[in-house]
Write a protein that binds this ligand. Sequence first.
Ligand code: C2O
Ligand code: CU
Length: 566
Amino acid sequence: MYKSILSFFLVICILPLYSQDNQLLIPPTISGESIELTLAEGSHQFFEGINTPTLGINGNILGPTIILQKGEQIDFTVNNQIGETTTIHWHGMHVSAENDGGPHTKILNNTSWNPNFTVLDKAATYWYHPHLHQNTNNHVLRGMAGLIIVQDDDEASLPLPREYGVDDIPLVIQTKTFDDDKLIVLGTSAKDTEVLANATRNAFVNVPAQIVRFRLLNGASQRIFELGLTNNMSFFQIASDGGLLASAVELKRLRLSPGERAEILIDLSSVEGQEIAIKSYASELQRGYYGAAQIGMNAMMTIPNYNTNPLNGSDFDILKLIVDEPNGNGVSIIPNQLVAVTPYNSSAVNNIRQLLFTPKTFSPSNMVNGPFVIDGNSFDINTINQTINLNDVEIWEITNQSMIAHPFHIHDVQFYIISRNGVPVPANEQGRKDVVLVPPMFGTVKFIAKFEDFANNTIPYMYHCHMLTHEDDGMMGQFVVVDPLSTNNKIIDNVTIFPNPTTKYIYVKGDELIKIKIINSQGIVLFSQSSFKKEIKIDMERFSSGIYYLKTKTINGTSIHKIVKL
Ligand code: C2O
Ligand code: CU
């Protein structure tokens, strides 16, 4: 009797110490010229035998991997059945503002959205996720996110592994917190204690002893992963956010911040029969990078629950690889040359923009917790923060006056990083990017981008921190790309201008004006005035004869009018 009670206690005490390994979930794929996605409530067993309520896309958790061919025209139907409003954004893809799925393109519950676009992007791994302001973090945490694989001829001509789920493995890395009932903890102050690989805790995958490609996404709300392999083996990065690199870059560590993707190749031919793991070596992260042992400079600068989170500063497994025999049709060499990477030329720059990250109000605690703002402003859905001329090449210079690193993301474009803290970035960051990690404590980043193909005066694109907690707290701004030479940009609000053509004066009349600018056909601003009147008279005699553009901003939107000075 005594003995059996003792062994009973031994069993219940010891059992929880064994962590159950779970087979990696591989999301299904979807492709074709019309793609239907249904967002709905579901449930998923993160913990064996316990159904946790989730939101999923065409299933209970995450979404299918969408496989697209460059050049193909796709019609999407996105059905929202989650019980509340959301949006779906194609992260990293170059699509028009109306198809981009940002916070303005709301999909009300029980309605559908039908974006359609031609795939203009290069072969790489992109992703899709909700983007409703102040709900992005919760909608992603509850389970909505999926990968997009774009394929093109350049990629197809390279000897790369591409058997999905076999030697080409999608890997969405996230963290979440579960409460005592194993419900997902929501909100911007939730700590994140569970590591998930494709929504699988303690995940393992069987892989052949050959070259295996992993498509990595950091889909976490805040956490930065410092990736490496347990046996200190090298691996090779072949693609960054928006394209293949010029050549495979050998790495021991790969830092992936929220929103970033990387495709890597691991040569497993020498470890057949062994078990290795992809880990995050978070003990190597420096102060100021979310996931490091210490976040702020001192005890006053800390994030609630940060120091008690067991993931911070410790090395942890993301995915165990059980290496089986080779499958006979694998790839056996890592290609050296990949594709031509041609960054935009700095000599062709039309404009330089500076962005500043600060806490909204300065205090030691706010330096790591936020809320953070860009150029002093919290996100306001009715304010256009930047106006960019179509086809312009721009350099963006970002300075981070906070004590925490922020992964900066911009919609519409892929950019090339010129420098971080004044020095060129390593080879694996010299390809096409749409997220860049800006270091803490006066860290700087410069990148160059070209704003091509899509102009829209009214629907803006977003730029923001991809720590979803920071984004939801307002660390986001909006830009419109405008075409000053387009004739269909005439009147989108109630502004009228007269006389036009003119010799002496021009009157601008209409809605309450906020700002008026006159720019020449090179995009140079010759006159700028803020006003809060309904009518304004501008002296035109100072300008030589020619064509000008009058840009107005009113309470109802912005517009561009062509003026002829005789
Ligand atoms: Cu991944 Cu604006 O988003
Ligand atoms: Cu941030």
